[in-house]
Design a protein around this ligand. Structure first.
Ligand code: ZN
Length: 108
Protein backbone atom coordinates (compact mmCIF):
# COMPACT_ATOMS: atom_id res chain seq x y z
CA UNK A 1 0.00 0.00 0.00
CA UNK A 2 1.22 3.43 -0.99
CA UNK A 3 1.97 5.72 1.97
CA UNK A 4 3.29 9.26 2.39
CA UNK A 5 6.18 10.35 4.56
CA UNK A 6 5.61 12.54 7.62
CA UNK A 7 7.83 15.70 7.40
CA UNK A 8 8.54 15.49 11.16
CA UNK A 9 9.48 11.87 11.90
CA UNK A 10 10.19 10.74 8.29
CA UNK A 11 8.05 7.62 8.73
CA UNK A 12 5.60 6.51 6.03
CA UNK A 13 2.49 7.08 8.12
CA UNK A 14 -0.15 8.71 5.89
CA UNK A 15 -2.43 6.75 3.56
CA UNK A 16 -3.58 8.60 0.40
CA UNK A 17 -7.01 9.17 1.99
CA UNK A 18 -5.53 10.57 5.22
CA UNK A 19 -3.26 12.82 3.16
CA UNK A 20 -6.19 14.13 1.10
CA UNK A 21 -8.06 14.92 4.33
CA UNK A 22 -5.05 16.76 5.81
CA UNK A 23 -6.04 19.94 3.93
CA UNK A 24 -3.93 22.76 2.55
CA UNK A 25 -1.05 24.73 4.09
CA UNK A 26 -3.52 27.23 5.53
CA UNK A 27 -5.45 24.50 7.36
CA UNK A 28 -4.63 23.18 10.83
CA UNK A 29 -3.50 19.90 9.26
CA UNK A 30 -3.82 16.35 10.52
CA UNK A 31 -1.82 14.65 13.27
CA UNK A 32 0.74 12.03 12.27
CA UNK A 33 -0.25 8.61 13.72
CA UNK A 34 3.39 8.02 14.71
CA UNK A 35 4.70 11.30 16.18
CA UNK A 36 1.42 13.23 16.64
CA UNK A 37 2.69 16.38 14.97
CA UNK A 38 0.56 18.22 12.40
CA UNK A 39 0.97 17.61 8.67
CA UNK A 40 -0.79 19.09 5.64
CA UNK A 41 -0.46 19.20 1.86
CA UNK A 42 2.34 21.34 0.47
CA UNK A 43 2.68 23.93 -2.30
CA UNK A 44 2.10 21.45 -5.15
CA UNK A 45 -1.54 20.99 -4.17
CA UNK A 46 -1.94 24.75 -3.54
CA UNK A 47 -0.70 25.48 -7.09
CA UNK A 48 -2.90 22.75 -8.54
CA UNK A 49 -5.94 24.15 -6.69
CA UNK A 50 -5.29 27.67 -8.03
CA UNK A 51 -4.93 26.40 -11.60
CA UNK A 52 -8.13 24.33 -11.55
CA UNK A 53 -10.03 27.14 -9.80
CA UNK A 54 -9.10 29.55 -12.61
CA UNK A 55 -10.11 26.97 -15.25
CA UNK A 56 -13.40 26.42 -13.39
CA UNK A 57 -14.19 30.15 -13.25
CA UNK A 58 -13.40 30.62 -16.96
CA UNK A 59 -15.57 27.61 -17.87
CA UNK A 60 -18.48 28.90 -15.75
CA UNK A 61 -18.12 32.38 -17.27
CA UNK A 62 -18.13 30.98 -20.83
CA UNK A 63 -21.19 28.82 -20.11
CA UNK A 64 -22.96 31.78 -18.50
CA UNK A 65 -22.22 34.04 -21.48
CA UNK A 66 -23.22 31.49 -24.12
CA UNK A 67 -26.32 30.04 -22.48
CA UNK A 68 -29.65 31.51 -23.56
CA UNK A 69 -32.97 31.08 -21.75
CA UNK A 70 -33.74 27.74 -23.43
CA UNK A 71 -30.51 26.23 -22.09
CA UNK A 72 -30.90 27.39 -18.52
CA UNK A 73 -31.36 23.94 -16.97
CA UNK A 74 -28.57 22.32 -18.99
CA UNK A 75 -26.13 25.11 -18.17
CA UNK A 76 -26.99 24.94 -14.43
CA UNK A 77 -26.32 21.19 -14.47
CA UNK A 78 -23.07 21.74 -16.35
CA UNK A 79 -21.93 24.45 -13.90
CA UNK A 80 -22.74 22.19 -10.91
CA UNK A 81 -20.76 19.40 -12.58
CA UNK A 82 -17.77 21.69 -13.07
CA UNK A 83 -17.82 22.78 -9.41
CA UNK A 84 -18.03 19.15 -8.23
CA UNK A 85 -15.25 18.14 -10.65
CA UNK A 86 -13.02 20.91 -9.24
CA UNK A 87 -13.37 19.48 -5.70
CA UNK A 88 -12.94 15.87 -6.85
CA UNK A 89 -9.78 16.77 -8.83
CA UNK A 90 -8.36 18.71 -5.88
CA UNK A 91 -9.02 15.72 -3.59
CA UNK A 92 -7.51 13.19 -6.03
CA UNK A 93 -4.42 15.36 -6.50
CA UNK A 94 -3.87 15.48 -2.73
CA UNK A 95 -4.38 11.70 -2.54
CA UNK A 96 -1.72 10.82 -5.11
CA UNK A 97 0.59 13.80 -5.69
CA UNK A 98 2.67 16.27 -3.74
CA UNK A 99 4.39 16.05 -0.39
CA UNK A 100 3.23 16.45 3.18
CA UNK A 101 4.59 19.52 4.97
CA UNK A 102 4.14 21.33 8.25
CA UNK A 103 1.09 23.68 8.31
CA UNK A 104 1.95 27.41 8.30
CA UNK A 105 0.00 27.94 11.55
CA UNK A 106 2.16 25.57 13.57
CA UNK A 107 5.48 26.96 12.24
CA UNK A 108 7.61 28.77 14.76
ZN1 ZN B 1 5.32 11.82 12.15
Amino acid sequence: MMKFTCPHCNEKTFTPLQKALAGSMKSVGKSCPNCGRKCCNGMESAYFDSIISVIMLIAIFVIYMKADASMKLQSSILISGIIIARFVLSFLFKMFFGKLVQPVRTMK
